[in-house]
Design a protein around this ligand. Structure first.
Ligand SMILES: [Zn+2]
Ligand SMILES: [Zn+2]
Length: 420
């Protein structure tokens, strides 16, 4: 028996034990957190109406244990490669230093996310799906136990990443250990079935570039969207993010989601917002060019009732308008004003601040811009026609069938600056 084979056989039991333990500990930790905090709030963050059955969980555990075995068979090659000098794993901390440790870990996670996105997307090709990826998607309502629930061919694809990466980038042993921990934690969080990320992970928030449970759960529920593992970058760049992701995440983490919404809550401000929305009482800085993005920016509605930000829509063409600020953001009981008149009862817990009320504004062949406008006063969506009638004035017409309401508002750009 040659030396490489001996190294392989002596290293394998420990690698297998580590891969298996990592899965069992990660999934058990997540399942325990779900059980402990279910009544305290996680039940209200449950993402699907369906419950995973005991048979689902049994299938997920068995497939995951098989994957851990496959991972160890390929992972042991890393130990041999290190012994033979094909790859470099630093043992001595002084050799690379803490900065290299952190940077190499970051590079590894970014590379793994790219590797995962593209192999995952390829495995969704109709010719490859059945052979590689169907097993993972047997979990329509995933649980933490689904973390490694892959068919053997898919397990091999995932297992290949670490040896391939190490061919190009030398790592410290601690960096590899940290990678393994981050990988399993992000994995079980994505399959938790109830949103376990805080509101700070919401799109547009400071941690919004990360994936959330809602993000990956939508992949299991709907397929064809949200292929990324850790980050939203690839899905956003390639236009594969689920169009409802932002709405669903915000609805599930915003306070008062499960509380019954009192009738009429937010009505007062809804009237003002609706007037603002329908009339488009917004102000534009005078020096803006007449380009397509000429409407982009923050606009103050008449009476300074609200500030609406017009910006390119996320993952869709045209401009979208979002309420960024309200003169009166809470009701008489101090609760945030909500989208209480929405015709879809599941959306009534959305706060008005952060609500998108204008969407898909694009240049119209008839002049001006055309898009859709949502009126929180009656929960209806109308066709919107936006025109710039002077350097610092917009008019917005909201039209239902043949009846259009048109208003013209003006203000000074100084007001915009003062309220920003
Ligand atoms: Zn998939
Ligand atoms: Zn999954």
């Amino acid at each position: 028996m040659n030396e490489a084979m001996q190294v392989y056989l002596s290293a394998w039991p420990a690698v297998w034990a580590m891969d298996t333990a990592r899965y069992l500990m990660g999934a058990t930790l997540m399942a325990t957190i779900l059980a402990l905090f279910w009544k305290a709030g996680l039940a209200r963050r449950k993402l699907q109406a369906r419950d995973a059955t005991a048979a689902d969980k049994r299938r997920e555990v068995l497939a995951s244990l098989r994957t851990a075995f496959i991972f160890s068979l390929l992972g042991t090659i890393v130990a041999v490669g290190d012994h033979q000098g094909w790859i470099t794993i630093y043992k001595d901390f002084g050799q690379a230093g803490p900065l290299y440790l952190v940077l190499s870990l970051a590079v590894m996670l970014v590379a793994h996310d790219a590797y995962f996105y593209w192999t995952h997307r390829a495995m969704h090709h109709r010719r490859l799906f059945g052979f590689f990826h169907r097993t993972h998607h047997l979990s329509r309502t995933p649980t933490p136990w689904a973390a490694y629930s892959f068919a053997i061919p898919e397990a091999i694809v995932h297992a290949a990443f670490v040896p391939l990466f190490l061919l190009f980038v030398p790592m410290h042993g601690l960096g590899l250990l940290a990678f393994g921990i981050v990988q399993i934690l992000r994995n079980v969080m994505g399959h938790a079935g109830a949103e376990v990320h805080s509101a700070a992970f919401g799109p547009g928030r400071w941690l919004g570039w990360n994936n959330t449970t809602t993000h990956h759960d939508l992949h299991h529920e709907a397929g064809r969207y949200n292929y990324g593992l850790y980050f939203r970058w690839w899905d956003k760049m390639m236009g594969t993010e689920h169009p409802d992701y932002r709405r669903k995440f915000e609805a599930i983490v915003s306070p008062g989601t499960a509380a019954p919404v009192p009738a009429g809550a937010g009505n007062g401000v809804a009237c003002v917002i609706a007037a603002a929305a329908l009339a488009g009482g917004l102000v534009l800085a005078a020096d803006r060019a007449q380009a397509d993005d000429a409407l982009a920016g923050r606009w103050v509605t008449q009476g300074a009732a609200a500030i609406v930000e017009l910006a390119p829509c996320e993952g869709a063409p045209g401009l979208c308008g979002t309420i960024r600020w309200l003169w009166d953001p809470v009701d008489e009981k101090g609760r945030p004003r909500l989208d209480a008149q929405n015709t879809d009862a599941t959306l009534r817990a959305r706060p008005l601040v952060g609500l998108s009320i204008l969407s898909g504004l694009a240049r119209s062949p008839k002049g001006g811009w055309e898009g859709r406008i949502y009126n929180p006063e009656d929960g209806q969506t109308y066709r919107a026609i936006v025109r710039r009638t002077a350097a610092d004035t917009l008019t917005i017409e909201g039209c239902v069938l043949f009846i259009c309401q048109k208003q013209v508002w003006r203000s000074g750009s100084a007001l915009v600056a003062a309220l920003r």
